[in-house]
Ligand binder design. Structure first.
Ligand SMILES: *Cc1c(COP(=O)(O)O)cnc(C)c1O
Length: 223
């Protein structure tokens, strides 16, 4: 086993059933992704469109690509039909555009709605109230080629475990409230994507079903 394969195996061994590992491979060379792939990893996360599009053709076809970065509206068309999931839908405008382009391309796009609960000002995403409003007004019913599978969020970038836990609990409770509100009208709304290298154990305790891990698998990124 290579070092990368060993790290993936260790993380997977620690995951409860029903939690998926997304290996965040942004800024890492394709050799590192192949290494992970050869160790059985199939779900990879990328945050930049040009990097994702460069890696797709040189990796095997059965990779599930998750887009996890801020997606500029002028780049939407380029990744439609290429991803297993866009985790970072951070505005209704982006959602509507993804839907329109997916319909045009004749594909269904699976997405997560990105919610912002962290203390930092700069991160993208819906506020909890904006997201609740969207679902309360049934904004999802007019989507024609997009399946909203759940929500994605990040905790505050801090060493304060209390704050991190508060953020994760808020994301999970938001997911629960949306489920209660939408009931049978939104089938398959079952994904809570939260937890990164430094905080994924806590995220899982708080209800995460999808963790996004880069550094703990591939080492530090060189930007
Ligand atoms: C980079 C990134 C990650 C991975 O972070 P690590 O700390 O390296 O595990 C997870 N989620 C998002 C949205 C990211 O941009």
């Amino acid at each position: 086993m290579t070092e990368i394969q060993k790290r993936i195996a260790d993380i997977k061994a620690s995951l409860p059933e029903g939690v998926t590992l997304c290996a965040v491979s942004k800024f890492h060379p394709v050799e590192a992704l192949r290494d992970a792939y050869d160790g059985g990893q199939r779900v990879f996360g990328e945050s930049r469109v040009h990097e994702l599009l460069a890696k797709i053709p040189v990796m095997p076809d059965d990779v599930s690509w998750h887009f996890i970065g801020h997606l500029q509206t002028n780049k939407v068309r380029r990744i439609i039909g290429r991803t297993a999931m866009i985790e970072s839908v951070d505005s209704e405008r982006l959602l509507r555009l993804i839907d329109a382009e997916s319909e045009k391309a004749g594909v269904e796009t699976r997405v997560l709605m990105q919610v912002h609960v962290a203390a930092e000002e700069t991160k993208f995403g819906f506020t909890p109230d904006e997201l609740l409003d969207f679902f309360a007004s049934r904004g999802y019913e007019t989507l024609r080629a997009t399946h909203i599978c759940g929500i994605m969020g990040m905790a505050t970038n801090t060493n304060d475990r209390v704050r991190i836990e508060k953020d994760f609990r808020e994301i999970a409770s938001l997911h629960r409230r949306i489920l209660e509100m939408t009931g049978d009208r939104l089938p398959g709304f079952d994904t809570i994507s939260m937890g990164m290298s430094d905080d994924y154990s806590l995220a899982i305790e708080c209800g995460s079903t999808l963790i996004r891990i880069g550094t703990d698998i591939f080492g530090r990124r060189e930007y």
